[in-house]
Write a protein that binds this ligand. Structure first.
Ligand SMILES: *Cc1c(COP(=O)(O)O)cnc(C)c1O
Length: 366
């Protein structure tokens, strides 16, 4: 049996007629940037998340950088981000001219450790970027408490967590502003790069819209320096079709995670937490094992693709070595980096495939 790590084609086949039609309509109208389809998707996504506003942009990295710009964060400021994330979360802080300050992650939850945030707040700290990592909401109550205590902005990085909820409320609605990626492999993925920013603030949304469209308010009225970061109309059309399926797909991801956890309930494999009040949408299904490379190679021989998210905690990647941070400062991130293993996870995964992955994994562990 072959079990690919993701199977984007299986998903395409399941919505082919509707998505093909949406793309053809777009081509016929020949409106390729902006327009009604983009506004329709922005409105539908804001409604889905439960925020007042949504602004589409070119990708999830731009979304983060535009959010930082809109909040006026840059040179001389510090921003606290988790030591474990995709590099964008830290990269945008650096590219906006601010200093990135890393906090460790929580054992078994993988999201930013609020206690470590508290330790790392300084007089220069302006914001926190919690990441709802692997699809699991960060500890938002504690994070909002810290933000209130020190008057910090909160930018939620929701790139891996479309539709995840914390105490019954969707992520993206807790902070001052939140960002999403619609990279094809994300839980809600376009057919190319795409992203969005959501907020409840009438002031922020206006600035966000201007920044992504050359600082314009109306045509040729450039009120500030901005950039070009817009959501393509074709991508908006695809996302509009896919958004209607998202809850259904999320339900299947959670079912798959439950089935994995059930089959892997042994001390040899550390499986992810599944909780009702901190509801993960399982963008990734990450376990921890010893002898990971041996396990990975064995699974590969059995036709099962796995991945590592991510091989190095951000403080240790080459680009951030100039900060001179030591592994001792990030004990959890450092311990987990050699153990984490992402198993195949997508809505179209079958019970037979999950059974085969677990059987093969346990064969190697025993
Ligand atoms: C994917 C991702 C991003 C960046 O999104 P792109 O659309 O690829 O630019 C940012 N943060 C996290 C946590 C991500 O997983």
């Amino acid at each position: 049996m072959n079990v690919p790590f993701v199977d984007l084609n299986a998903q395409y086949q399941s919505i082919k007629s509707e998505v093909d039609q949406a793309i053809f309509d777009c081509l016929e109208k020949s409106h390729f940037v902006g327009g009604q389809l983009v506004l329709d998707f922005e409105n539908a996504f804001a409604k889905y998340i439960g925020t007042k506003h949504c602004v589409g942009c070119a990708n999830g990295t731009d979304a983060l950088e535009i959010a930082l710009n809109a909040l006026g964060i840059g040179s001389g400021d510090e921003v606290i981000v988790p030591a474990c994330s995709w590099i964008s979360t830290a990269e945008v802080v650096t590219s906006s001219g601010a200093e990135v300050v890393f906090a460790d992650i929580l054992p078994n939850k993988y999201t930013i450790d609020p206690e470590d945030i508290r330790r790392k707040v300084s007089g220069k700290t302006k914001a926190i970027i919690p990441v709802h990592f692997f699809g699991r909401p960060a500890e938002m109550k504690e994070i909002l408490d810290i933000a209130r205590d020190f008057n910090l902005k909160v930018i939620e990085d929701c790139a891996q967590a479309h539709g995840a909820s914390y105490l019954g409320q969707k992520v993206g609605t807790f902070g001052d502003i939140a960002t999403f990626s619609f990279y094809p492999g994300k839980n809600l993925g376009a057919y190319g790069d795409a992203g969005a920013i959501v907020t409840n603030s009438d002031e922020l949304v206006e600035v966000v819209r201007m920044i992504g469209n050359h600082g314009q308010k109306g045509k040729h009225n450039h009120l500030r320096i901005g950039r070009n970061s817009r959501l393509d109309t074709v991508q908006a059309a695809v996302l509009g079709v896919k958004l209607k399926q998202l809850d259904n797909w999320t339900k299947k991801r959670i079912q798959n995670a439950r089935f994995y956890n059930q089959l892997l309930s042994t001390d040899l494999v550390k499986t992810p937490l599944i909780e009702e009040d901190v509801r993960s949408v399982f963008h990734l299904y990450v376990v921890r094992v010893s002898d990971r490379e041996k396990v990975r190679n064995y699974l590969r021989e059995k036709g099962i693709q796995t991945a590592i998210h991510y091989p190095e905690p951000l403080p240790f990647v080459k680009a951030y070595q100039y900060l001179g941070l030591s592994a001792k400062e990030f004990p959890v991130s450092n311990e987990y980096k050699s153990q984490i293993l992402s198993l195949p996870m997508y809505p179209e995964l079958t019970k037979e495939q999950i059974g085969y992955v677990c059987e093969s994994l346990l064969e190697k562990m025993r």
